[in-house]
Write a protein that binds this ligand. Structure first.
Ligand SMILES: NC(=O)c1ccc[n+]([C@@H]2O[C@H](COP(=O)([O-])OP(=O)(O)OC[C@H]3O[C@@H](n4cnc5c(N)ncnc54)[C@H](OP(=O)(O)O)[C@@H]3O)[C@@H](O)[C@H]2O)c1
Length: 216
């Protein structure tokens, strides 16, 4: 497949790219920080420049045209309310709208576990980030795209061992960024897995088996 990854240079994205290229996919990645175009090229990924805070509908249309699937992994990462609105909210929604317009149906989005951070005092910025993720989830699930939303628990900067718990409603926990990447790869490999919201933490089940179980 020809797959566009938005957020390709992040903690999950940089682990996902080699999984996709090694599986034989043609991978395209968005970059906006100096030098990341070269880094993507070295990974066998076709780089496309774009700052999500400045892109309009035409830019998203150009990006998705000719793709078979898109993965949205970008995030403002606590850098402020305006950025969360622009990236976690507006950009995710703009991507889905462009895909609808261009007839690109397969979309995998990394959202957030609803209980994230509920065990501590939350800042206004974090609450806003959660609300923007939810705003995007609402808009994306209302499209007729073949969407899958992955809602990971708190991300750990680890490759993980490929063992997870995945389900429509599971207990909150941590998850290795590498396991999130594996879950995205597994979803892309299973076109029948569609219009699903998957909560994800580290756990005892191999990623592939966990995804197959969702289809039953
Ligand atoms: N942290 C958690 O515990 C947690 C939990 C659940 C879900 N999530 C979500 O999981 C997803 C993946 O997380 P992650 O750890 O891989 O995120 P990350 O490492 O912070 O990566 C974010 C990606 O978004 C890109 N990006 C940011 N601003 C951009 C802009 N203006 N234009 C273009 N690209 C931009 C970054 O590029 P640069 O690096 O060049 O800026 C990077 O590729 C995010 O959506 C995050 O919100 C996080």
């Amino acid at each position: 497949m020809k797959i566009l990854v938005i957020g390709a240079t992040g903690g999950v994205g940089s682990r996902l790219l080699p999984m996709l290229t090694e599986a034989g996919h043609e991978v395209h990645g968005l970059w906006h920080s100096d030098g990341d175009d070269k880094r993507l090229q070295r990974q066998g990924v076709t780089p496309h420049f774009g700052d999500l805070t400045e892109m309009g509908p035409r830019d998203f249309a150009d990006l998705v045209t000719g793709m078979d699937a898109a993965v949205f992994l970008a995030g403002a990462g606590g850098a402020g309310k305006d950025l969360a609105t622009a990236i976690d909210g507006d950009a995710a929604i703009a991507l889905a709208r462009a895909m609808e317009a261009q007839g690109v149906r397969r979309l995998v989005v990394v959202s957030v576990f609803p209980e994230a951070g509920r065990n501590r005092d939350l800042s206004e910025t974090f609450e806003h980030y959660m609300a923007e993720k939810k705003r995007a989830d609402v808009a994306i699930t209302a499209t007729d795209l073949d969407w899958v939303l992955i809602r990971p628990g708190t991300l750990q900067n680890e490759d993980g061992d490929g063992q997870v718990t995945a389900g429509r409603c599971i207990t909150y926990g941590d998850v290795a960024r590498g396991n999130v990447a594996r879950a995205i790869h597994a979803v892309l490999d299973r076109p029948w897995l569609t219009r699903e919201m998957i909560e994800l933490t580290d756990g005892p089940v191999a990623v592939g088996r966990a995804m197959d179980a969702l289809g039953r």
